[in-house]
Design a protein around this ligand. Sequence first.
Ligand code: ZN
Ligand code: ZN
Length: 203
Amino acid sequence: MQWLMVTGSFLLQLAALILVADFAGGFVHWLEDAYGHPDTPVIGRLVIRPNIVHHHHPRRFLHYGWLRSSWDLLCVAVLMVLVAGWLGCLTWRVWVFAGLTANMNQFHKWGHGSRRENGPFISRLQDLRLIQTARHHAKHHTDPKNVSYCVVTNVLNPFLDRLRFWDTLEHVIWKLTGLRRRADTSVNGQGPAPEWLRAEITN
Ligand SMILES: [Zn+2]
Ligand SMILES: [Zn+2]
């Protein structure tokens, strides 16, 4: 009986960690999509531009290797592990959370890959709905591209979208600061595409 309790507790904690990481990743994705500016120093070029390129050319990042797509998230994950170690709380939960963080963009890439590109193992995980499916992620790339920001599972987006969670956050920010969501130039009627995009995609 003891082992059942231990296994059950482990699986529950693992599921909770996956959902928290999925939400955290979705939150950062929403921040980038809604308020990230391509001309912001450092972050603009390193993070926001690739994000805008992805909205214009969703499958383009599949040509890049893991490190090119994930180096920034890897830095964040290493920092998490170092800080947790320094604070004396480097548990398996921190390792799992850091691992999910480092691979957030990889989950996103699987959401764009074909079954052949993803391979049988990842395709099986998608079939079992243990990780996000391509059909589910496609909602994020449907105009006006302002829902379904979480990319790890199919679990959170339906709740958040039904609650109009992101819309409400944007409304509160607008009321408090006067700041509006930036136009997404990949959405019909919100263009034209920025000048720098052409140079970016020929690189
Ligand atoms: Zn997006
Ligand atoms: Zn995508």
